[in-house]
Write a protein of this length. Structure first.
Length: 110
């Protein structure tokens, strides 16, 4: 998992440039996954899923995160009142979605 607690102050838009240069083609990602398999010897897979609402639903309690221009990166949860890093929350939310889908897939019941 990536370290999403990076600070971009003083980077002169380097993070935005790096993200902009990332591949859009799914075949490029598949090639990278294959390279990781060859290099590490570990089995890994490319999983695509929707990121819709992943940074507005609190992964711990299911409450809504109140995001606005003042509280965009770290937002309060309306259910438990915890201040949540929305980027890290999004990653864990997607991991939980993948785990749930894997456990409840028809192939898992074979």
């Amino acid at each position: 998992m990536e370290d999403l607690n990076c600070h971009t102050y003083g980077t002169k838009k380097a993070l935005a440039k790096a993200i902009e240069s990332m591949a859009d083609e799914i075949s490029l990602y598949a090639r990278e996954v294959y390279a990781v398999k060859l290099h590490t010897g570990r089995n890994c897979e490319l999983v695509t899923q929707s990121a819709y609402n992943t940074s507005t639903i609190h992964v711990d309690c299911g409450g809504k995160l109140e995001r606005d221009e003042d509280n965009y990166d770290i937002a309060p949860c309306l259910k438990c009142s915890e201040m949540v890093n929305t980027h890290v929350n999004s990653v864990f939310y997607q991991i939980n979605q993948y785990k749930f889908a894997s456990v409840h897939s028809p192939e898992a019941n074979l």
